[in-house]
Design a protein around this ligand. Structure first.
Ligand SMILES: Cc1cc2nc3c(=O)[nH]c(=O)nc-3n(C[C@H](O)[C@H](O)[C@H](O)COP(=O)(O)O)c2cc1C
Length: 210
């Protein structure tokens, strides 16, 4: 097979950015004392189906890091479009300085399997217990969470799929001007869901079941 040269691409700054359009998470935690807390997290990814696990990278500089290490539990919460300011706030402010639930006017909701609250205003909340932890470097640890319970807002999803009229918040990243000055964080809206065309020549040839 001949490899072609292409001028369709140019160098980019951030390796993980082409994959960044996704729902951000509010990672909720609590310690043995003090109020529960949450931070904005984008460094997380599903890993494994049965048992269902998620890897999340948590910076040691955060208040969250100490809390998760204390209880070995956390909640990942999926924000709605209305929660855009909460997501920005939770990614800047620290639970060391402010009570984020109170400041953001969010409702802590009773969990079912762990001791960390859910966020009442979110589209979904997943309860995790930490089953493993690895250092990524001097500043960040990877935590492996195993799903203990899943709570989806009524009317939001059909099985695994968001409904067309659901309102998940999509993270797009920061926009910069020509001098590299930030023009702010940008978020997107869900604007269409479609089923795969299983009749496409490629899928008809290689994929026999949906
Ligand atoms: C879009 C976005 C994504 C972020 N993702 C993460 C993340 O996955 N892990 C992390 O440790 N910090 C992440 N941060 C930074 C924390 O949210 C931030 O340091 C926060 O203020 C820490 O709060 P805490 O001290 O209350 O734990 C992110 C920030 C933003 C704005």
């Amino acid at each position: 097979m001949q490899w072609e040269k292409s001028d369709a691409f140019e160098p980019g700054d951030h390796g993980n950015k082409p994959f960044a359009i996704r729902i951000p998470s509010l990672l909720v935690s609590r310690g043995s004392s003090g109020p529960p807390n949450f931070l904005t997290a984008m460094w997380f990814t599903p890993a494994g189906a049965e048992p269902s696990r998620t890897v999340v990278a948590i910076s040691k500089s955060t208040h969250t890091y100490g809390l998760v290490n204390e209880t070995r539990e956390f909640v990942l919460s999926a924000p709605t479009q209305k929660m855009m300011d909460v997501v920005v706030f939770a990614g800047r402010a620290s639970g060391r300085d402010v009570n984020k639930f109170e400041e953001a006017g969010l409702t802590p909701v009773q969990p079912s399997k762990i001791s960390v609250p859910l966020i009442g205003e979110a589209n979904g909340n997943v309860e995790f217990k930490v089953v493993n932890q690895f250092p990524l470097d001097d500043e960040i640890d990877l935590f492996i969470g195993e799903v203990m319970a899943v709570h989806i807002r009524k009317g939001t999803m059909h099985g695994e799929l968001y409904r067309e009229d659901a309102n998940p918040l999509l993270y797009m990243g920061t926009k910069y001007d020509e001098q590299g000055k930030s023009l702010g964080k940008h978020y997107g809206k869900l604007s269409g869901i479609e089923v795969v065309d299983y009749e496409s020549p490629l899928l008809k040839k290689h994929v026999t079941r949906k």
